[in-house]
Design a protein around this ligand. Structure first.
Ligand code: ADP
Ligand code: MG
Length: 640
């Protein structure tokens, strides 16, 4: 009797992890706390990352597409991952290109490569989405409803490439929970995060690419210390070397073995032989070519090792460089992880062991390890893992910032930032001779500090008196894995530092967070208007003060009647700042700016002339800055 599986109609959606590879892709999920790869109806888990567009407008993905690659190379996209996030005129695109690219006609189109396949034009995001759709459908066959997905990318992928991967996920109808680094996924599959701390090398030899990553595990969080590799080195190169070897053994002439159809057959034979050599010491390959001289070829593992040795030496060089770039020594590594189908080759394992001076971790199938780690991560993010583990890779529930001039909030870390994280901003003083800063740390989405949650207030004192706008206060917000916030304030000209530690989540339950978010939504528009008013008032005050001072100090530079015009503009500005109309204040500031144009130029000339008389360039700049009250581009409003 056949056993039929019956779905639980109330089964909740299950999260999945996806390894979207250059050569192969696969999907995994967690069952009973253990990650497992999902197979298609034929019991296969690896889906070749090949997409074929057929003459009837259909799309074929995987092995069937791979079979058509030889006869329809232009309509079959292989290794689409190499094109992800690349613009139409990216030099790399040209280098990789064997397809018929569609030249862009607008700047918008130039942002991405586009392929012509049959009578359609497709982007790498769309091609990748086809692969993801197949994986999603395989997952749905097993899980019925698929929840969120974690998709992996190489550690060196930039923002554009990550975004393209995310877009592909969305296009395939997936809820992308996170884009995760492949080496980190591999480390998670080995459960290395449980060690809390450590230094690891991830050696990933795939079909056409080699990547090495040095990861630092710090309190359960992985940081990429360095990456390296070769984007044109992998199992395909082994296949080519072995294909040549077979052709010689079969006695094929140089001329015959170059025929495209034969090349394909030889490469397929070579790959099969390579795979069999993983378990066997000797493989005998029957000769499929009638017009050849020998009836079979025999390849030993020793011979294969000799053939691939130069390839491995290239990986060794990249590894040594990555270790050096990470600023560490090989001996400091706590572990080496093998990733990628090509690390199944026994000689690769021997080579890696000798290279790093320790036996690598390779018990988990290197084809699957990335997808398995991604599944574990998805499982945790969907809140199905253990509670404390979730915290490890959490996000900030509410924005964190400080109160600046006028009682306005400057958000330093926006809500939903993944922790751990850090960010800094630079501020300056509002008043002449200000000798300290009061820092008010707040949490929430509202624009005005008094509407946010107050977390801490501290003072940085002992700054020598300077002109307003001259001090440089650098404020750094750092949130660690446990959600603990450290705020550090450093006055750059004096080097004075002060810091405070806060636990932003203290006394904060989901309900409060929810309420704070709703409040911010309710008050959004009004808050923004008030913020604009307060900011303009601060700016108006600064401008008025600086102008009043200047017309006293440099009174001799004023032309006849100029003083009166400026004073009239000043009075109007001060009056507007007392009112409630932000736009009016702005208008009056512009008016004053226009009225002081000639005067400002005269002051600038004087400042330069004075400074040049026997001073260095640094102090000239300082004098000019002081004279004009210029602020550095990144310096914002004065802290209270
Ligand atoms: P990618 O990360 O580029 O998608 P994979 O990790 O799936 O690539 O690796 C694919 C490569 O692994 C292919 O070159 C394939 O021939 C090779 N490979 C798979 N299994 C074996 C094996 N048993 N022995 C040697 N090479 C293998
Ligand atoms: Mg891979």
């Amino acid at each position: 009797m056949a056993l039929l599986e019956i779905f639980d109609p109330k089964a909740p959606p299950r999260p999945i992890g996806i390894d979207l590879g250059t050569t192969n892709s696969l999907v995994a999920r967690v069952r009973d706390g253990r990650p497992l790869v999902i197979q298609d109806c034929n019991g296969k888990s690896l889906v070749p990352s090949v997409v074929h567009y057929d003459e009837r407008g259909g799309v074929i993905v995987g092995e069937d597409a791979q079979r058509r690659a030889a006869e329809a190379p232009n309509d079959t996209i292989v290794s689409v991952k190499r094109f992800m996030g690349r613009g139409a005129d990216d030099p790399e695109t040209r280098r990789l290109g064997t397809y018929s690219f569609v030249p862009p006609t607008t700047p918008e189109e130039a942002k991405s490569v586009r392929f012509r396949v049959r009578d359609r034009v497709v982007s790498p995001v769309e091609v990748s989405a086809e692969i993801l759709k197949v994986l999603r459908s395989n997952a749905e066959d097993e899980l019925r409803t698929v929840g969120g997905a974690v998709i992996t990318v190489p550690a060196y992928f930039n923002d554009g490439q990550r975004q393209a991967t995310k877009d592909a996920g969305r296009l395939a109808g997936l809820d992308v929970l996170r884009i995760l680094n492949e080496p980190t996924a591999a480390a998670l599959a080995y459960g290395l995060e449980k060690q809390q701390n450590g230094l690891f090398a991830v050696y990933d030899l795939g079909g056409g690419t080699f990547d090495v990553t040095i990861l630092l595990l710090d309190h359960g969080v992985f940081q990429v210390k360095s990456t390296g590799g070769d984007s044109a080195l992998g199992g395909d190169d082994m296949d080519r070397l072995l294909a040549d070897e077979l052709a010689t053994a079969f006695g094929l002439t140089e001329e015959v073995r170059k025929k495209p159809a034969l090349v394909r057959v030889l490469l397929d034979l070579a790959r099969a032989t390579k795979h069999r050599l993983t378990d066997a010491e000797t493989v005998t390959v029957p000769n499929p070519f009638v017009d050849a001289q020998a009836s079979a070829a025999t390849v030993t593992r020793d011979r294969f090792d000799v053939l691939v040795k130069p390839l491995l030496e290239r990986t060794g060089k990249a590894c040594r460089r990555a270790v050096r770039d990470a600023g560490v020594e090989v001996g400091e590594l706590d572990g080496v992880i093998l990733v990628g189908g090509s690390t199944r080759v026994p000689y690769v394992r021997t080579y890696v062991e000798a290279l790093f001076g320790q036996a690598p971790l390779g018990d988990i199938d290197p084809d699957q390890v990335v997808a398995l780690g991604a599944a574990l991560q998805a499982h945790q993010l969907e809140g199905e893992g253990e509670k404390e583990e979730i915290l490890l890779l959490d996000v900030l529930p509410l924005s964190l910032g400080i109160e600046v001039g006028g009682g306005v909030v400057d958000k330093i870390l926006p809500r939903n930032t993944t922790i751990p994280t850090a960010s800094k901003s630079v501020y300056t003083t509002q008043e002449d001779g200000q000798t300290g800063f009061v820092l008010h740390v707040v949490q929430g989405e509202r624009e005005i500090a008094s509407d946010c949650r107050s977390l801490a207030t501290f003072t940085l004192a002992g700054i020598p008196p300077m002109a307003a706008g001259m001090a440089r206060l650098e404020v750094t917000f750092r949130v660690d894995v446990d959600g603990l916030l450290t705020v550090e304030a450093r006055e750059q000209t004096t080097g004075r530092v002060q810091h405070v530690d806060v636990k932003p989540s203290y006394g904060l339950d989901d309900e409060t967070v929810e309420k704070m978010l709703l409040d911010a939504l309710d008050h959004g528009e009004a808050d923004l208007q008030l913020r604009r008013l307060l900011e303009n008032r601060v700016e108006a005050g600064r401008l008025a003060k600086a102008t009043q001072k200047a017309i006293v100090v440099d009174v001799d530079l004023l032309e006849a009647g100029e003083k009166e015009t400026i004073e009239a503009a000043l009075t109007a500005l001060i009056a507007s700042a007392a009112g409630e109309d932000a736009a009016k204040i702005k208008f009056r500031m512009d008016e004053l700016d226009a009225a002081t144009k000639g005067f400002a130029a005269a002051r600038m000339n004087r400042a330069i002339a004075t400074a040049i008389a026997g001073k260095d360039v640094g102090s000239i700049e300082a004098t000019v800055e002081a004279a004009l009250g210029i602020e550095e581009a990144h310096a914002r409003h004065g802290a209270r």
